[in-house]
Design a protein around this ligand. Structure first.
Ligand code: NAD
Length: 480
């Protein structure tokens, strides 16, 4: 362990935790990205109390003050995109280009919500009683607990922290234990840009200690969570018990329908980039390619050709198209699903573990062929570079298969038919629908989220974020 341990941020002070953990580069396990403090329940208690104390001042600060802070944070993140993008690539394993792209996205999110701080609206409505006026206004919730996963270690923290602060809430944040580095950098930047003490607190560490302490703390009024379905269900039960408002963004098993009339070049490119870039570790990645029978064989052969050209390697090497899997546990889980695919009589193309120059968690992308929608590989989220092909008769069967899932995050269709594109946009049971585009890859100024088992609560991002991060007050005035 080095003496340069990255600390938690509690009430404006950097504080070492009781323990510290190495942040390991999944592309080279001999590379320690940094040593990061792990917080305790007491750390969360102190942070939550500080956030509660800071709330009145922050909620009543001029929107201009909140705008200026978020705008400065957005500008600073953008100015440091090379440094942050590299840190992201080293701690998460995304390619450098993806890491820089995600960093730019975080900057855009902060700048968008800087503007939103100035645009909080209300309503004036006529009363049914003479002489009475009604105002409906939005107010912040109080202290928001933010719990995030490892796969977008700067963008997801940004799209929760920025709206929380913009609308006048204070934050106690816990990033994923595997990727504390980017969240720590956001905390450093918030401090540099002058966030008042207690308004933003960062406690790194495990879900079982820090996460649980956030869920249990009575001064935390709301929780915004992104992660897996089992953890999400636990978060929901705890928040219900402790009377917190909550929002969950969880897994996906996103369908991508390819009809006979699709532009194959567009379809194959959308399927390859969507399913395998970022090592397939995106909740919006398409993982079920539902292909009409007339185009099936040609699609499969072009997919194999395209996949053979993908270079799995060191994220910092410009020739790399796919970095490593996040850790050994996730890699073993992916390999286990590849075994399940074989047991379920699917033909498996690719998917081998790779040993490269540097010790890391490398895997070739896998395509499962000849599959049916009832197989486990098509019902459970794998969360790695693995996707299936399901052959169907026509659009109607494709739609049935696409919607036959407990998830409902994103759904895509590749077709040149206006009729089927329009029908699919209406009929797909998903929060986001893409036509001739990968299901992964979204804009930051519009709502993000899903249906069924994928999401719970109001949408994230864009103007819709105000629904979660504020509460509405209805005030009646008699002026007679
Ligand atoms: P995870 O559920 O294991 O962890 C998510 C977060 O919850 C982490 O910070 C973790 O430490 C914390 N946590 C764990 N146990 C906890 C507990 N008992 N109490 C409180 N917090 C606890 O998920 P992950 O492996 O980090 O992320 C992968 C999952 O995230 C995938 O299922 C993926 O689909 C999902 N995801 C969803 C979206 C979306 O917007 N829908 C985006 C990205 C990732």
């Amino acid at each position: 362990m080095t003496s340069n341990i990255k600390c938690n941020l509690i009430n404006g002070k950097w504080q070492k935790g009781a323990k510290a953990t190495d942040n390991i580069n999944p592309a080279n396990t001999t590379d320690i990205v940094g040593v990061y403090s792990s917080g305790s329940r007491d750390d969360v208690n102190v942070a939550a109390e500080a956030a509660k104390d800071a709330f009145h001042g922050w909620a009543n600060a001029s929107p201009q003050v909140r705008h200026d802070l978020l705008d400065a944070v957005g500008n600073t993140i953008a100015a440091r995109k090379a440094q942050l993008g590299e840190l992201l690539a080293r701690e998460e394993g995304k390619t450098l280009a993806e890491g820089i792209g995600e960093t730019i996205r975080a900057s855009q999110v902060f700048k968008f919500f800087a503007g939103e701080a100035l645009r909080v609206k209300g309503d004036t409505i006529a009363s049914i009683r003479p002489g009475v006026g009604i105002d409906v206004t939005r107010e912040p919730l109080g202290v928001v607990g933010v719990i995030t996963p490892w796969n977008f270690p700067i963008a997801i923290p940004a799209w929760k922290i920025a709206p929380a602060l913009a609308f006048g809430n204070c934050v106690v944040m816990k990033p994923a234990a595997l990727t504390p580095g980017c969240a720590h950098m956001i905390a450093e930047i918030l401090m540099e840009c002058g966030v008042p003490d207690g308004v933003f607190n960062l406690i790194m560490g495990s879900g079982s200690i820090v996460g649980e302490a956030i869920l249990n703390h009575p001064d935390i009024d709301a929780v915004s969570f992104t992660g897996s379905i089992p953890t999400g269900k636990h978060v929901a039960a705890k928040c219900f018990e402790t009377n917190k408002k909550f929002q969950l963004e969880m897994g996906g098993k996103n369908p991508m329908v390819i009809l006979d009339d699709a532009n194959l070049e567009v379809a194959v490119s959308a399927c390859i980039s969507g399913a395998f870039f970022s090592t397939g570790q995106r909740c919006t990645a398409p993982s079920r390619f539902i292909v009409e029978k007339g185009i099936h064989d040609q699609f499969v052969s072009l997919m194999k050709e395209g996949m053979a050209k993908l270079v799995v390697g060191d994220p910092l090497d410009v020739n790399t198209s796919i970095g490593p899997v996040i850790d050994e546990r996730q890699l073993q889980s992916n390999l286990n699903y590849i075994e399940i695919a074989k047991q379920e009589a699917a033909e498996v193309f690719g998917g081998e573990r790779l040993e490269l120059d540097k010790p890391g968690f490398y895997q070739n992308p896998a395509l499962f062929l000849g599959t049916t929608n009832d197989m486990r590989i098509n019902r459970e989220e794998i969360f790695g570079p693995c996707a299936s092909v399901i052959k169907v008769e026509d659009y109607d069967e494709a739609l049935r298969v696409a919607n036959d899932t407990s998830f409902g995050l994103a759904a895509g269709i590749c077709t040149q038919s206006l009729k089927y594109a329009t029908k699919f946009k209406r009929e797909a049971e998903a929060g986001m629908v893409m036509v001739n585009l990968p299901t992964a890859g979204v804009d930051y100024h519009v709502p993000f989220g899903g249906r069924k088992g994928s999401s719970y609560g109001p949408r994230e991002q864009g103007q819709y974020a105000v629904e979660f991060y504020t509460t509405v007050k209805t005030a009646y005035t008699y002026a007679g």
